[in-house]
Structures are given as C-alpha cells and as structure tokens.
Ligand binder design. Structure first.
Ligand SMILES: [Zn+2]
Length: 134
C-alpha cells in the first residue's frame, strides 16, 4: 500500500502532553490514540484521545475493540524499557492508525520514537502548531 504521506509532524503541545501523561501513568502503561490529518503529503498529529490501561495484556484487547474515530491517525503508548515495538505491538499496529509512537522511560519528548505499521522506525518532527511553514 502506498503511504499517503511523506512526512510526519507531531505538534509540540501533543508531544508535551504525551511526556507528562506517560510519566504520570508509570509504572502503568500509557496509551492513547492520536488525532490528525494528512494534507499535502504531510501527516499532522495534534490531539490525544487519551486512554489509560492498567496492564499491558489488556492493550491488545482494548486496541481491537475501541471504535475508531475518523481522525485517529496514530497511536502512542509507553514502554518501561526500550522504545522498540514488541511482537504484540506489531500485531496491533496493523489494525489501526498510520503511524505508532512509543515513548520509553524516562518519558521525555526525546524518548519518543515513531514507527510504521510494520514497526520500521520513521523520522518525524515536532513543531509548534501555529507556525505557518506550510
Ligand atoms: Zn509496546
């Protein structure tokens, strides 16, 4: 399948929210859908649909059963270890969303990583939402 975008942009506000919520949720797993739109080949992500789950085994179950909102283009979840998709993550990545973020301990913005459905790392940038770069 052809990717409908060539660039991933996460708003700085959303990145900050992710870092705060992931740190607050620890040692439990933080999970959220991320809203956004593809426009002119750029996937812009700028809002969280926040969910918190208490055990990682629940992750896949909830992930499959949540109704999808139209503009949920991505997911984010936290890892206490390294920011690399697990086998379970790869299975669920294929179900919803164009890209998937993992934020690893200690849950700073620089600990965010982005992956495609296959778990291949993707470059992304963090930008202020109101900047008129496009
Ligand atoms: Zn994971």
């Amino acid at each position: 399948m052809l990717k409908p975008f060539s660039k991933v942009v996460l708003s700085s506000e959303t990145a900050e929210d992710i870092a705060v919520l992931a740190a607050e949720a620890a040692p439990r797993e933080f999970f959220s859908f991320v809203g956004g739109k593809v426009r002119d080949g750029v996937l812009r992500l700028d809002g969280l649909y926040y969910q918190q789950y208490y055990a990682s085994e629940q992750f896949a179950t909830v992930f499959h059963n949540l109704p999808m909102l139209n503009d949920c283009q991505a997911t984010v979840h936290s890892h206490p270890g390294i920011a690399r998709p697990s086998a379970a993550d790869l299975h669920t990545f294929g179900k919803h969303g164009l890209v998937h973020f993992i934020i690893a301990k200690p849950y700073r913005i620089v600990d965010l990583r982005c992956f495609d459905k296959q778990g291949v790392p993707l470059a992304f940038s963090i930008e202020r939402p109101l900047r008129k770069a496009y």
